[in-house]
Ligand binder design. Structure first.
Ligand code: CA
Length: 223
């Protein structure tokens, strides 16, 4: 579980990294907004701690941009009362905020609480696809694709990590309890069936991309 820390002041970043790590979570620190966006796209952190005042892109804009492709929980670090008003008033999609100077203990408590409350809403929903983990089914604009258990696990994994390439081994690990019992070819067969089921509901879409020599990825219109 990686917490992304976006903060241009090293002393504050150090404090946050230390606090996060002392709670048994991993921390990754970036100093500007662009690096934060790149990191969230590529690495899918569990939560983002986002400073408002960044050297390149304002924290508010970073948050807005993240929200176009990810529902990762975001906690703002704000320095001024005026920033709090903006966090609350702009409907940026931030989950919480902590004001500077903050106590590391307060921050980690907020991180934990936001991670907990993000679990139920971590149901991936993208481009009309909705993965219902309790029911082990994927709906496409409300229509059940009728996936088998393995197909469900594979497609839910691809949707959750939309844009990211999964190797056949990674898909196998995600779907099978005993990954070694299966072969690459099995993954290809399941992918083929999943594509047919998607086409059965909407022949115009084919969101699963084959990445030659790498594996598969879910291509989102929102990425
Ligand atoms: Ca700053």
């Amino acid at each position: 579980m990686i917490i992304l820390i976006v903060e241009d002041e090293p002393s504050i970043a150090d404090t946050v990294v230390y606090a996060v790590k002392s709670e048994g979570m991993d921390a990754h620190w970036v100093k500007n907004g662009q690096d934060a966006l790149d990191y969230v796209r590529q690495n899918h952190p569990a939560l983002v701690v986002l400073d408002v005042g960044l050297p390149d892109i304002q924290g508010f804009d970073v948050c807005r941009q993240i929200r176009t492709f990810s529902s990762v929980p975001i906690i703002f670090l704000t320095a001024k009362d005026s920033e709090i008003d903006q966090v609350l008033g702009l409907e940026l999609g931030a989950d919480d905020y902590v004001t500077k100077p903050f106590s590391p203990r307060v921050l980690t408590a907020r991180i934990r609480s936001n991670l907990r409350s993000s679990q139920p809403s971590a149901i991936p929903s993208l481009d009309g696809f909705h993965a219902d983990h309790d029911g082990k089914r994927v709906l496409l604009r409300g229509h059940d694709l009728g996936l088998t258990r393995y197909e469900f696990e594979m497609l839910a994994t691809l949707i959750k990590g939309a844009g990211r390439v999964y190797s056949r081994q990674q898909l196998m690990d995600a779907a099978w309890d005993e990954p070694d019992a299966s072969y690459d070819r099995t993954i290809d067969t399941h992918i083929k069936t999943i594509r047919q089921k998607i086409k059965g509901i909407d022949p115009a879409i084919d969101p699963i991309e084959t990445r030659r020599g790498l594996g598969y990825s879910f291509r989102s219109e929102r990425l």
